[in-house]
Design a protein around this ligand. Structure first.
Ligand code: N2P
Length: 357
């Protein structure tokens, strides 16, 4: 019996020493096991200093990864093998993730700073009662252009993009919904249209835009347009704001036939390992001061009323980026068109890209 007790004590002591050594080794690499948070966000979509501040305040180490489309993000999370604690999908992608059971419901009582979100960004059809998502940024899709390089065009109509004098002058954001969407809008159809004839008509029309399209690009679109490498860009509003802060000559417009109004929200995917950390991160990003700094840095529009008050009036009063309800009512949010139709949109976009080659 005595021997058994001794052996048992030795095992315990050895385990404690081992655990200590392992934890020190992890600390040396900057990881403390459970004390990391993996954030999966769009590229160029956060002020990196906020990540440093979050780490300092909470002692949680952030592992930060980026994606450049909802489609890429969805595929990666759905296929598994990842440990993302936070992601930031758009409206229709949130609805798709809910449908595919990829998200953890949000306990609002753990997010005191949620009170600062303007009501109009809550309880939207893609996530009733915000059961699964928390507003991050919102905006529109439109055209940024350099008035000095485009003659008389002011792009109040999508059709102006097809003008002969814009040869090789247009950069397009690399988004399937965005590109097929403005193709449909330019024909007077909804950007959620699922009628096959309309979709083919849109693709054929987009194919005709090819001589004017210089490139289809990711986040570098901002640098290229600010440097006047092209005269016109199809962009998300916040990217336009960022470009215009670099180059004041440029302007941003949402064409009159209609366009997309989008919402990007934070979610906790089922892949999460640090749910406590995920709540801390979300509440940190909802803090008015942090949300204002973030909006200032990335150029996107904040849904956070208290943050909005902290922004320069020049920013918060700019109706190109904080449009009045009258314009917003004319815009459409992307619907979750279902798995098959969304793949079809992706295919059509790919065919359009191939047509360019
Ligand atoms: C940031 C992209 C914002 C995505 N680079 C708009 N949904």
């Amino acid at each position: 019996m005595k021997q058994l007790v001794r052996m048992f004590s030795i095992v315990i002591v050895v385990s404690i020493v081992l655990m200590y050594v392992i934890s020190r080794m992890n600390a040396a690499e900057g990881y403390t096991g459970g004390n990391t948070l993996t954030v999966y966000n769009w590229g160029d979509y956060i002020d990196p200093e906020l990540l440093d501040d979050f780490e300092e305040q909470t002692g949680i180490k952030v592992i930060y990864q980026t994606f450049d489309s909802n489609e890429a993000m969805l595929t990666k999370i759905a296929q598994g093998g990842t440990t993302f604690d936070i992601s930031v999908p758009s409206d229709y992608a949130i609805s798709k993730m809910i449908e595919e059971d990829l998200l953890i419901p949000i306990d609002h009582s753990r997010l005191p700073n949620m009170q600062y979100i303007n009501e109009k960004f809550m309880d939207l059809p893609f996530d009733p009662e915000n059961q699964y998502s928390v507003p991050y940024f919102w905006g529109t899709v439109g055209i940024v252009y350099n008035p000095e390089l485009v003659g008389d065009h002011t792009f109040t109509s999508w059709d102006e993009l097809w003008a002969d004098d814009l040869r090789n002058q247009i950069l397009l954001a690399d988004g399937a919904r965005e590109v097929i969407g403005f193709g449909l809008n330019s024909l007077g159809y909804s950007l959620n249209d699922t009628n096959e004839d309309h979709l083919q008509e849109a693709k054929n029309k987009l194919n005709k835009l090819t001589p004017n399209v210089k490139a289809i690009v990711g986040d570098e679109i901002k640098m290229l347009l600010a440097n006047e490498e092209a005269a016109v860009g199809l962009v998300w509003s916040g990217d336009a704001a960022e470009i215009m802060s670099e180059n004041e000559k440029l302007d941003y417009v949402v064409p009159e036939e209609g366009s997309n109004l989008w919402f990007d929200n934070m979610v906790i995917p089922k892949t999460a390992k640090n749910i406590e950390g995920a709540y801390l991160f979300m509440d940190f990003m909802l803090d008015p001061e942090n949300a204002a700094r973030n909006a200032d840095y990335v150029g996107y529009s904040t849904p956070n009323d208290a943050a909005l008050e902290l922004l320069d009036e020049e920013v918060s009063g700019d109706t190109r980026f904080y449009p009045e309800d009258e314009l917003l009512e004319k815009l459409e949010v992307y619907d979750n068109l279902g798995k098959r139709m969304l793949s079809h949109y992706n295919e059509l976009f790919l065919e359009f890209k191939m047509h360019r080659k």
